[in-house]
Write a protein that binds this ligand. Structure first.
Ligand code: AMP
Length: 249
């Protein structure tokens, strides 16, 4: 079984992002970029499937600028066998990424595509679902446990008030939730080995996909600043102020 894992290069989750002064977006010049955390989880899961003998090849795919090669090298250090960069200078929207992944799936014929549930930069949570629809494959989103057996995937999902377990036939698209696994620590020898793994580059044109934007960002703003707190002398004053000033009780 071949497993395809899309990995997005995003602003590292530890970076406090700054909104550009003209409100057109977030300033990503000179900030640390990393693999989207949900994609690391997806790769870890694919690698575990390979180690368990359930998968025989793990292919990582990234869509974006040339620097996404670094993200693909990290993916190969975790366990991907090879990488594919779909190189574009445009910042592709989820629908464009889904179309590119569909075109790659038509070439690569994976049995399973494990997608992050959402990219932490745009928080779209759309790509996996759109990809499943474009391919006409079953999907199981927000997986917290995956078992592959007899040509099917058993996927446990955390839903309000409990757990839901689905069985989907393969090929399928699965999206990862935070609790699916804990990605391994990447070792230096594996980083070195990753440098020798194959990395192919292809363009959206070669895949016949138009990645021009369909959405226009009207404005991006910082959250409102919180006012300073105050210390009250006793509970009675607190209750009075909550009633008369904050008007919340
Ligand atoms: P989103 O729908 O943008 O929240 O992204 C969900 C998932 O789709 C991510 O966790 C990735 O697995 C995949 N994805 C989105 N954009 C890209 C990209 N540019 N390159 C590779 N994978 C992507």
């Amino acid at each position: 079984m071949k497993v395809l894992v899309p990995v997005k290069r995003v602003v590292d989750y530890n970076v406090k992002v700054r909104v550009k002064s003209d409100g057109t977006g977030v300033d990503i010049a000179n900030v640390k970029m990393s693999m989207n955390p949900f994609d690391e989880i997806a790769l870890e899961e694919a690698t575990r499937l390979k180690e368990a003998g359930k998968a025989d090849e793990v292919v990582a795919v990234s869509v974006g600028v040339a620097q996404c090669q670094e993200t693909l090298r990290s993916a190969m250090a975790i366990g991907a066998d090879r990488g594919i960069l779909v190189e574009t200078s445009a910042r592709p929207e989820p629908l464009a990424v889904a179309k590119l992944l569909k075109a790659l799936a038509d070439r690569e014929h994976p049995q399973l595509i494990i997608v992050g549930k959402q990219a932490i930069d745009d928080d779209a949570n759309q790509t996996g679902q759109m990809l499943a629809a474009l391919l006409g494959w079953p999907q199981a989103t927000f997986a917290s446990k995956v078992i592959i057996a007899d040509g099917r995937a058993m996927v446990t999902r955390e839903v309000d008030g409990g757990l839901e377990t689905l069985s989907v036939s393969l090929p399928a698209v699965i999206t990862t939730d935070l609790r699916l696994n804990e990605p391994r620590y990447v070792t230096l020898p594996n980083i070195m080995k990753a440098k020798k793994k194959p990395l192919a580059t292809i363009t959206p044109d070669q895949l016949g996909v138009d990645v021009s934007p369909r959405l226009k960002t009207l404005n991006v703003a910082e959250p409102a600043k919180r006012g300073a707190g105050i210390t009250v002398p006793d509970v009675a004053t607190l209750v009075t102020r909550l009633r008369t000033e904050a008007e919340v009780i």
